[in-house]
Design a protein. Structure first.
Length: 348
């Protein structure tokens, strides 16, 4: 309380273990005028290993680059942090909001406290679409190399391009044919080829082989889906917890009453464009007062994941998420031992 940097919310944190084994959050801090920074905080656990409070450590990224500055607000938003082993560095993907709208930006660090900007992500065109010229959000990196569709060893990134005419506010007013070719808001995957020798680990080459990974299927996610937590490797494959958006009002009504919930996917270890499992129902939906009332109502927005190896439970994960665009919550996800499964075991 009383922190001007947090006047309009603390939300949507990146989460990662540091070189010291401690857990760090990188929340979006929103000051008056919707001006966002990315903070850094250390998570404090109680005697049984549950996260209970944070120690604020300052600012990780302050809007400084031209692509992060917006006269009416904007800034650095909704970070995800992954330790990318081919680079031997932490890579932060975040939304840079300038006068031309949201774009995906990257930064790198070896210690989580000192960050070097890598600039905006550079995408190859997809058919006739210039990815560098459209809005884009919700990016996160895979920590290990995977195969591209052409079987090149690659780093990979999930993201959510925002094509004109595809926002929930627009699509909720009309019937939706959710074919991939329609370019509705959904999860995309792009690849960054790794050469035998990486000459400049401080820079990433162009992201290529851009393609849709998953699109809305179930009623709870019908308006759009987007990437959430960075992929984390389990014995079943790559686990991601993503967000989906539905409309709580009839299609004929213009009033906004959207609901953001969280679902789960398992992607193939070697070829992540192959979905092995997808939850048919949300694993987390807005139900608590803090999730239903805030800057934007009815929002559960997953952005961070922590495997609880420290508890000797590799199938247990803590999911950190934004609550109604105002606060941060944490929930617990226990994966079953056997796969395929009918549903995930979930405990809040």
């Amino acid at each position: 309380m009383g922190n001007n940097n947090e006047a309009e919310g603390v939300l949507n944190p990146a989460v990662t273990r540091g070189p010291d084994g401690m857990l760090y959050l990188f929340p979006r801090l929103v000051s008056k005028g919707n001006y966002s920074r990315i903070g850094i905080a250390k998570v404090i656990f109680n005697e049984v290993g549950d996260p209970v409070v944070v120690e604020r450590l300052g600012i990780a990224l302050e809007p400084e680059a031209a692509y992060e500055k917006h006269p009416g607000g904007g800034g650095c938003e909704d970070a995800r942090v992954t330790y990318v082993e081919p680079l031997q560095r932490y890579i932060m993907t975040y939304t840079a909001f300038s006068a031309v709208g949201p774009r995906i930006a990257l930064a790198q660090s070896t210690d989580l406290f000192n960050w070097k900007r890598l600039g905006l992500a550079d995408f190859a065109p997809y058919k006739n679409i210039d990815f560098n010229g459209i809005y884009n959000k919700d990016a996160c990196m895979f920590p290990l190399p995977v195969n591209s569709p052409h079987l090149h060893t690659s780093m990979a990134m999930l993201h959510r391009p925002l094509f004109p005419g595809t926002t929930p506010e627009e699509t909720k007013k009309k019937p939706i044919n959710r074919r991939i070719g329609d370019h509705h808001e959904c999860i995309w995957i792009s690849y960054c080829h790794i050469n035998k020798r990486i000459e400049k680990p401080y820079h990433l080459p162009k992201f290529v082989s851009n393609q849709p990974l998953a699109l809305p299927v179930e009623p709870w996610e019908l308006l759009k889906i987007g990437a959430g937590t960075p992929p984390i490797l389990t014995k079943h494959g790559w686990l991601i917890v993503y967000h989906g958006v539905s409309n709580l009002r009839p299609v004929s009504e213009d009033l906004r009453q959207l609901s953001y919930s969280a679902g789960m996917m398992i992607l193939d270890k070697e070829n992540p464009e192959k979905i092995l499992y997808r939850s048919s129902s949300p694993i987390l939906s807005p139900s608590l007062p803090e999730e239903r009332e805030g800057i934007i109502e009815n929002v559960v927005f997953p952005t961070g994941i922590d495997r609880r190896d420290d508890l000797g439970k590799p199938n247990r994960f803590d999911i950190y998420y934004g609550m109604a665009d105002k606060r941060i919550g944490v929930a617990r996800l226990d994966l079953p031992d056997d796969f395929p499964v009918d549903d995930a075991t979930y405990n809040e």
